[in-house]
Every structure is written in structure tokens, then in C-alpha cells.
Write a protein that binds this ligand. Structure first.
Ligand SMILES: [Zn+2]
Length: 696
């Protein structure tokens, strides 16, 4: 099989094989799509999300979901009194208490938590979690009225003083936080069909054409408003969406409106950076604007801004630098746990709208690497910031938030945002592993062990079990079981990093052709017992680059700075190398001994990667019975490294400022998946001459 390769971003896939498959992929269904909403604008997303609960985790992924349930997600009331107090049935918030910990907090923190709680409850089909979610969402829904200002039911949207106070509170923070609660509401309605929740959504987003446009901070609310419209056709909700997306300029504040147009990605061009939570919530919604209006410029803007932050600030673990503003990639710069959740959310949203597999690649990389590094193995402590290299507890320092303390695994951090947001990480991924298509098939969008139950063809139920240890293994076996024989397409995401993907149906190889969006389609008459085997051969990849991030000491000021779009082969900055294998980033672990904040003092970590001759080999072991991201990973790499004299100051750690001359013979070091480590080196110093990767 001969394949043509495009760039890293545009990947291989798509196609069919004469004899066993028929190429009707993409054909319109003779009737409306199974998962189409009753009211939709003419511009449709590439994929249709399945209702929560359609995808259930299995294998190692189920173990991790259960850890989330037994850790934070099922027990947030025990983590901090704010979670308990703000949602007690007798708690009445008032208009003069709208600041961070008073009015906005319950809806930001609550919104994050309930969003995760709802989706995890459905993914695990866990009634106790769902009851917990329902009780909390009803605490809002029961109080909603037609005058409520979004979900701030104690405020009157028709009272100018109430509106002014909400807008004035930290740039409308309570209003943006409503959007997070709204997402939890829409997730719950999508799973339950509970009319009480849909009524609350209509009250929040209907009756005020200015209700979405007037929010100063960002565009978190339009997602829930859009969903509400697709279920109800509510004309007032439509007017509010029109006011944001159809009126050019529209009076949106500049920090939101600047993302209406695509950025300049030319190397050397400059851009004023942003707080990354805001960036994600300001940029991603223009993909929604595209759906609402059909204006492709909006889609290019959403995709373009995400391409920009990827080029400028992407960390090897798959989430941009966000500590808390984006700056160039850096070995000792951090990513806020809020943004691990946010970034996975944004990529699944862009994947849904665009159908581009590279968004799925981004979601996988963030989920498999940054996801587990955010939390301890028991899901009961977490970091506010993670960094590619973590040598000791309390180092490095970070510019904002809890500063150096943000790198510690603790039950909670102040502010509490990340403690709540981390609940979204696992269920967001699981929920979006499969999606429906407009030709009444299914798309395998992100991989891992799971089972999907959905309707295909002419509303025929199908169950597809996905048996795999991916990403710790490269083989994915699917067992397809429709209730009766049915003709429908299945689209398989072909990872962008995979050079020689293999696909077979019932033992017969299917030729994978080229498709710019990175999906291979098999359209045929499926019957119970049909088996699909995917193999995504992984190879070790050494990526070299330059750390151009500003380093400590930091001023702690929250203010924008200007960053430059890097070009290929830049020679300024500190050289580094990182090692990936498939979607996994690998790291030299500094073993955590008694807990996630105590490194083994005897561990050796002063190594430069031998980029001239990395000589990487792979070692596999059986998957453990129970998965908790162990240091003894079933997948390990061995690589050549050179011991170097490197003594970073822990208050201000840095990579060596140049490739290190090799004075000692190379020795073999063992690398494990980054997500299994709590202390590590994953952005390595390089041995001289380290300017080019030479991995065969
Ligand atoms: Zn946070």
C-alpha cells in the first residue's frame, strides 16, 4: 500500500476497498438524520454528538472513570464548604454579592463540577451521580422565572441596576459563569429529556435579545443557547444568537470581537496574548457563529486562533502554556488544570463542527498526557499548574494564581476553579469518542476502550464494543452488533501521527486512501458478529525545538504581553528535545516515593537526550489488572542519554542555554508515559550538536 504524506497537520485516510465495502460514505440519508435536532440552522456540523451515556468506558478507561467518581466528582461537597454552602436549598444569593467567591463562584465552580458530574453519571450509567446532579440543577431550575438574568434567578433582567451590577462584577464574571452552568444543564437535558431543565434553559436565554450580546467577558453562554434553540425553536433565543453572530460588530467588547477574524499566522508576526481560559472561551464560539450564520470566515477564525496558540505556546503534553496567559513553549512553564479541561472541550467542539481529525489528535494528546498529570492517581489531589519538567515540590514558580504552590498535588487550590474544572476532563473525552453522522452512520473520533450504543441506518440499534489498551497498545478491535442487518457507514479517525494505518473487516484488509480530513470510511451491510481490526503502528519520534518562554522572576501582574509566531528552525532560545510514541509523550520519571509531592532524592535526572543517536527501543508488559497511571507502565521506552553537569536553581530553573557537549559515553535511560509521572523531565536538554532530530 503506497501512501502520500501531506503535512503533519493534514493526515491520511478515507476510502474503501472494492469487493467488501461500498463507497456511499457521505450520502444523505433518505430520511432525517437519527440524531438531528428538531430545529437547526441550515449550516450543519460535520458530526452530531451522541447523547451522554451512548459511550460507556471500558478497560483501563473505566478504571479511571471510577477513580474520578470515587475521588472528586462524587465528593465535591467534602472538598470545600463553598460547594456545600452555595448550593444548599436555603441559600439565597443576593445582587450585592456578585464577586468571585460570592455570586460568580457557585456558577463557575458549580457549572464546571455539574458539567463533569452529569457526563460522568451518564457515561457510567450511575444513578447516584445523576441524582446528585439533578438535585443541584433543580436547585436552580426550581427558582427560575421569566425575569431571571440568565441563571441568576434572584436578579431581574428588566432592572437596569441588576444588569449593571452583574456586568460590573469582575467584567461580568457571574454572567460568563452562567454559561458553564448552562452547559451542565444542556448535558443533563440531552441525557434525560427532562422538560423542567429545558424550561429553565428557555427562561435563561429567551425573552432578551440583548441577553447574550451584552456579556462583556466572553462567549460561554451561546453554546447552551444554541442547544436550547435546536430543541425548542424558541424565537427569542434565536434573536439573542442573531444579536451576537449576525450583526457585524454587534457591540461586542473588543476582547471578544477581535476573534471574529482569523489571525495572521505568518512566522515573525506578533499577537497580543490573553488569559487562556478567556482565549478558549472567546475563540471557540466563532465555530458556533459559523453554524448559526453559515459565514465561513467565522470558522476560519475559530480554527485559525487555535492554530495560532498551538504554534506559539503548545507544550509537549498537548495543552498550551496557560499559567495563566499564553507565552512560548517552556520546559518550566505551566498549564492550568482549567485549561486541560477547556482545551479538550474546545477541540471536541471544533472536531464536531469541522470534522477534521487533527482536532481529535489534539484531544487525544491532551487527554492521554496532560489529563492524568492534573490529578493524583486516586483522583483526590490535583495540581493547579503542571509543567513539562518538575524536579522538586514547590518548583518551578508560576506567574499567577497560587504561584509555585500551584504545582503541588493538594485537595484544593485557591482559587477553586481548577478543583472544579478537573471534573470535566475524563467525561468530556469519553462522551466524544463516538459521534453520529448525517448519513446515519457513526464516527469513531477518539480512541480507547469503550462501548457505544446508538441508532444507525433507519433507526436500527447497534452496539459496538471497542476492545483495546490504546494508547498503550496499537491494536483496536471492534465488534459490531446491529439489532438486524443494516447498511450504514462507520468513519474511523486515522491518527495524524500514524504513517502506516491498517484496517480490516472480518479479516480482509481494507485499503486506506487519502482524505484531507483524516477519516477512513467503511460503508457496508453490517451484521452481528462483524469484526473490525484497526492497527495504528507507533514509532518513536524525537522532536527538537527551542524554549523561548520568559522565565522567573515574574511580576505576578495580570496583563497582556506581545508574543511572536515562531518560524520553523528558529535558533533562538534554549534547545530541548521531547520523545513521543503515538499520542503519548514520554518522560524520564523522578519517582514519587511516599506521595505525589515527594520525589526520590536519589533519582538521577541530569541527562541530555542523545539526539544524534537516540537509539530508542520499546518494551511492553501486560496491562495491570487495575489502571491508575502507574510508574511501572506497561509501555516503556529506552533511549540513549548523556549525563551532564546541570544544576538549575529551583526558584528559577532553566534548561542549559546550549546543546551540551558530550563528555561521557551515552547510557540507556528508561522513559515512561508522561501521564504516569508526578516528577519528571519531558523537555530534555540535548547533547551537541542538537539542532536536528535524527530518529530513524
Ligand atoms: Zn483554574
Amino acid at each position: 500500500m503506497k501512501l502520500t504524506y501531506l503535512s503533519m497537520a493534514w493526515i491520511i485516510a478515507g476510502g474503501w476497498s472494492a469487493g467488501i465495502v461500498q463507497n456511499l460514505c457521505g450520502a444523505e440519508a433518505p430520511h432525517s438524520a437519527n440524531y438531528a435536532r428538531p430545529f437547526e440552522p441550515p449550516t450543519r456540523p460535520a458530526f452530531i454528538p451522541l447523547p451522554p451515556g451512548a459511550v460507556e468506558p471500558a478497560g483501563w478507561l473505566r478504571d479511571w472513570c471510577l477513580a474520578a467518581k470515587d475521588g472528586y466528582t462524587g465528593h465535591m461537597d467534602e472538598v470545600d464548604d463553598e460547594f456545600k454552602r452555595a448550593w444548599a436549598s436555603d441559600h439565597k444569593m443576593t445582587g450585592d454579592k456578585l464577586l468571585w467567591y460570592k455570586g460568580a463562584w457557585p456558577y463557575e465552580g458549580g457549572g464546571y463540577w455539574f458539567d463533569g458530574l452529569v457526563l460522568l453519571g451518564y457515561a457510567l450509567h450511575d444513578d447516584a451521580l445523576l441524582r446528585q446532579a439533578k438535585q443541584r440543577l433543580y436547585a436552580v431550575a426550581d427558582n427560575m422565572n421569566t425575569n431571571a438574568l440568565l441563571f441568576l434567578w434572584w436578579l431581574d433582567k428588566n432592572n437596569p441596576a441588576d444588569r449593571k451590577s452583574a456586568v460590573a462584577a469582575l467584567d461580568g464574571w457571574p454572567l460568563w459563569a452562567c454559561g458553564l452552568l448552562g452547559r451542565a444543564m444542556t448535558g443533563y437535558y440531552a441525557g434525560s429529556g427532562d422538560r423542567h431543565i429545558l424550561d429553565a434553559l428557555e427562561k435563561a436565554y429567551g425573552g432578551d435579545p440583548d441577553g447574550l450580546r451584552c456579556i462583556p467577558g466572553n462567549l460561554s453562554n451561546p453554546w447552551s443557547a444554541y442547544e436550547t434553540y435546536t430543541w425548542t425553536g424558541n424565537k427569542a433565543v434565536a434573536s439573542a444568537l442573531d444579536a451576537v453572530f449576525k450583526e457585524e460588530g454587534a457591540g461586542l467588547l473588543p476582547n471578544v470581537n477581535r476573534y471574529r477574524k482569523a489571525p495572521n499566522l505568518t512566522p515573525g508576526s506578533t499577537v497580543t496574548n490573553a488569559h487562556v481560559v478567556e482565549f478558549v472561551e472567546c475563540t471557540t464560539p466563532w465555530a458556533l457563529g459559523y453554524l448559526w450564520t453559515g459565514n465561513t470566515n467565522y470558522l476560519q477564525a475559530a480554527v485559525g486562533w487555535h492554530d495560532l496558540i498551538e504554534r506559539v505556546a503548545m507544550q509537549p503534553y498537548g495543552v498550551p502554556v496557560s499559567d495563566e496567559w499564553y507565552v512560548p513553549t517552556g520546559a518550566f512553564r505551566g498549564s492550568e488544570t482549567c485549561d486541560v479541561a477547556n482545551y479538550i472541550w474546545s477541540q471536541t467542539a471544533l472536531l464536531t463542527v469541522t470534522g477534521e481529525g487533527r482536532m481529535a489528535d489534539r484531544a487525544e494528546r491532551a487527554f492521554f498526557n496532560a489529563g492524568p498529570a492534573s490529578v493524583s492517581r486516586d483522583f483526590k489531589t490535583h495540581v493547579y499548574f503542571q509543567s513539562p519538567n518538575r524536579l522538586i515540590a514547590g518548583s518551578p514558580d508560576f506567574p499567577h494564581g497560587p504561584r509555585a504552590g500551584g504545582g503541588l498535588y493538594k485537595p484544593k487550590h485557591s482559587p477553586l476553579c481548577c478543583t472544579a474544572a478537573l471534573n470535566r476532563i475524563v467525561p468530556y473525552y469519553v462522551t466524544h469518542m463516538w459521534m453520529a453522522t448525517h448519513d446515519n452512520g457513526l464516527a469513531a473520533t477518539c480512541y480507547g476502550p469503550c462501548k457505544v450504543t446508538a441508532l444507525v441506518a433507519n433507526r436500527i440499534p447497534v452496539e459496538i464494543a471497542c476492545t483495546t489498551d490504546y494508547p498503550f497498545n496499537e491494536i483496536i478491535e471492534l465488534s459490531v452488533k446491529p439489532a438486524e442487518k443494516a447498511f450504514f457507514p462507520i468513519y474511523f479517525h486515522i491518527p495524524g501521527w500514524c504513517k502506516k494505518p491498517e484496517l480490516s473487516v472480518n479479516g480482509t484488509a481494507v485499503t486506506i486512501g487519502q482524505n484531507a480530513k483524516g477519516f477512513a470510511c467503511v460503508s457496508r451491510t453490517w451484521k452481528a458478529g462483524d469484526a473490525v481490526r484497526l492497527r495504528f503502528p507507533m514509532t518513536a519520534v524525537v522532536k527538537t525545538g527551542r524554549d523561548n518562554a520568559p522565565d522567573a522572576p515574574y511580576t505576578g501582574a495580570h496583563k497582556p504581553t506581545v508574543v511572536t509566531v515562531p518560524g520553523p528552525g528558529t535558533t533562538s532560545g534554549l534547545p530541548y528535545a521531547s520523545v513521543s510514541y503515538g499520542p503519548l509523550l514520554f518522560a524520564l520519571a523522578i519517582p514519587d516515593t511516599t506521595d505525589a509531592n515527594t520525589p526520590d532524592p536519589a533519582a538521577r535526572w541530569k541527562f541530555a537526550l542523545d539526539v544524534q543517536n537516540p537509539n530508542i527501543t520499546v518494551e511492553r508488559h501486560a496491562m495491570p489488572q487495575h489502571w491508575n497511571w502507574p510508574l511501572g507502565s506497561p509501555l516503556q521506552l529506552r533511549a540513549n542519554a548523556v549525563a551532564i553537569d546541570w544544576n538549575p536553581t529551583f526558584a528559577k530553573p532553566q534548561l542549559p542555554n546550549a546543546a551540551v557537549a558530550q563528555q561521557k559515553p551515552a547510557e540507556t535511560i528508561t522513559l515512561v508515559p508522561y501521564g504516569c509521572t508526578k516528577f519528571r523531565i519531558s523537555m530534555f536538554p540535548v547533547s551537541a550538536d542538537g539542532s536536528a532530530a535524527t530518529q530513524p
